[in-house]
Design a protein around this ligand. Structure first.
Ligand code: FAD
Ligand code: NAI
Length: 508
């Protein structure tokens, strides 16, 4: 029975049904950042981006109501919560990627997708300018896409605060390419440190792995890296045992500021046991190819300059605005006081516009820039757009019925009146979409050595837990949240593979 069910599910996934053609009379909805856009009949809905916000919108949107266009330079959705595990090969990166083409092909009506970057949004002209930034280009690689409605879900860039040397010398951890680069560099450092006649100081420098930023990205990566060392590297390259070291640098007095005090203490204690050094109150000011210059604030408030030599530097200090978002903000007077992203109202409409919505990390709606927020915002917009479309259909039907009713007599007239009342009731129900309300499910982070921390919202209270049981909760929660059955199976296989054979230490 189970095998039959699994087989049937896979068959359905592999054989999408026929799709309705776009109806040019609909509005065009453009979705930027792998959000979906809705088509061109009455409305042209365009969506920019293929991240958490955009995909969640696309998943729930009734695409037959709009002409949807999705624009994103990345033709896949990335399940970011498991990205730190790809830096050491615990999970292979393709296991957490879902092709946009698969997602779109399973929608009821066709959705157009352009693999391109939105370079400029002209909100008055209602046009998005797009550019094919990939290696292969056709005769046309730049063009414009008009929209009736636009959803901006382009996410954010890595913040560097203009600190010299960061872009040139460090790795970030946001995209698949970043995780691949880190994986390669870890092994490069290990092999270079083992090179013939390398001095002990140089070995130590090469094997000093520094992570800047004690938010969840930095903490999860530091934990994964130490696991890799303890569980695999130590075994296959025993000569590095005395020199390999992971340091986490954080400007604030503690790591994981969004977690409860108890879990912060637990994380700091666990890192100590795992031999990961945490350097709090240490602000990085400059980066060169081999060293980090930082300023440590002593308990009495005086500052001390420090130089930390490193082999690998991973920079995880949070988010910054993307240029396309910055440019859009500069065009809209109502956005002039907004600094961290597009200010939106309670329906996620970009303040100062009527037909542009923003979701996820590029929108400022007073929530943290997390996948949880982005996906709830995307789902909310899908409901809102579905309801808008239904309202229009019902209004059109009502107009027809009113004309019919005016002409009808006797039985027919009573019937038409009843139909009108039923439609009016339906309309009231459909229109009942309140403003967006975020429901916080909690925060979860892996901290290494088969331990995780969790602040879970439960019956209007909070449960804070840390340890191995929480780690199993973390695992099952994330495998459940993976985008598709295919992703879930691949992640499970990767975990089993790493457990049985260990991680692969070859440098690609
Ligand atoms: P993104 O998911 O970043 O997607 C943006 C999309 O826009 C991408 O497809 C991108 O290619 C596209 N794009 C970029 N520029 C353009 C352009 N100019 N034109 C068109 N498209 C463009 N959050 C949690 O809640 N829980 C977690 O466990 C968690 N773990 C994380 C782990 C890591 C390593 C990282 C980096 C983040 C993690 N987050 C987590 C945060 C979460 O990933 C983000 O908050 C979330 O991705 C935001 O979604 P988004 O749709 O706004 O942007
Ligand atoms: P973050 O913004 O949460 O943390 C960055 C940290 O870097 C801050 O604590 C800051 O004080 C520090 N910092 C900044 N400049 C510095 C400097 N010059 N020197 C030293 N330290 C410096 O960033 P992160 O971790 O990338 O997360 C981004 C968003 O994604 C957050 O909203 C986070 O909640 C979310 N996320 C959630 C995860 C989870 O729930 N498990 C995992 C990863 C990210």
């Amino acid at each position: 029975g189970f095998l039959g069910y699994t087989g049937y599910t896979i068959y359905l996934l592999r054989t999408p049904s026929e799709q309705e053609e776009a109806d040019p009379s609909k509005k065009t909805l453009v979705i930027l950042g792998m959000c979906p856009s809705i088509g061109t009949a009455e409305y042209l809905l365009t969506k920019i981006g293929t991240g958490w916000g955009a995909v969640s919108l696309l998943k729930k949107l009734d695409t037959e109501n709009y002409n949807v266009i999705v624009i994103s330079p990345r033709n896949f959705f990335l399940f970011t919560p498991l990205l730190p595990s790809c830096t050491t090969g615990t999970i292979e990166h393709r296991s957490i990627m879902e092709p946009v083409r698969n997602i779109l092909r399973h929608k009821k009506a066709t959705v157009k997708y352009y693999e391109a970057e939105a370079t400029k949004i002209d909100y008055q002209k209602k046009v998005v300018y797009i550019n094919d930034d990939s290696e292969i280009k056709g005769d046309i690689s730049s063009t414009e896409v008009p929209f009736d409605m636009l959803v901006v879900g382009v996410g954010a860039e890595n913040a560097t605060f203009g600190i010299p040397g960061v872009r040139e010398h460090s790795c970030f951890l946001k995209e698949v390419g970043d995780a691949q680069q880190i994986r390669k560099r870890i092994m490069d450092c290990v092999e270079t440190a083992s090179f013939k006649d390398q001095s002990p100081e140089e070995r130590k420098r090469l094997l000093h792995m520094v992570v800047v930023g004690g938010g969840p990205t930095g903490v999860e990566f530091a934990g994964e890296l130490q696991d890799f060392f303890e569980q695999d590297l130590k075994k296959w390259v025993p000569e590095i045992v005395d020199s390999f070291h992971v340091t986490l640098v954080e400007a604030l007095p503690n790591v994981l500021p969004m977690f409860s005090k108890q879990l912060i203490d637990y994380t700091e204690k666990s890192f100590k046991e795992e031999s990961i050094t945490i350097r709090t109150k240490t602000m990085v000011k400059n980066v060169t190819d081999k060293t980090i210059e930082a300023e440590f604030t002593r308990p009495d408030g005086t500052k001390e300059k420090e130089i930390l030599p490193y082999g690998l530097l991973v920079w995880a200090t949070g988010n910054a605005l993307r240029p396309v978002v910055k440019d859009l903000m500069s065009q809209i007077p109502a956005q002039k006081d907004s600094r961290r992203g597009l200010a939106v109202n309670e329906y996620l409409v970009v303040n100062g516009t009527e037909n542009i919505w923003a979701v996820g990390d590029c929108a400022i709606a007073n929530y943290a820039p997390t996948a949880q927020v982005a996906s709830q915002e995307g789902a909310f917009l899908a409901r809102l757009f579905n309801s808008l479309a239904k309202t229009e259909t019902i209004n059109a039907e009502l107009a027809n019925l009113s004309t019919e009713q005016a002409k009808a007599t006797g039985e027919e007239r009573t019937q038409a009146l009843n139909n009108i009342k039923a439609l009016q009731r339906q309309l009231r129900r459909v229109k009942q979409i309140g403003p967006f309300e975020y429901s916080h499910q909690g925060s979860l982070a892996y901290i290494g050595h088969d331990k995780a921390v969790a602040d879970i919202s439960w019956l209007s209270g909070n449960i804070a837990s840390g340890g191995t049981v929480t780690y199993w909760f973390w695992k099952s929660a994330y495998v459940n949240m993976c985008f598709s059955t295919r992703n879930r199976m691949l992640v499970l296989v990767d975990w089993v593979k790493s457990y049985i054979f260990g991680r692969d230490v070859s440098r690609e």
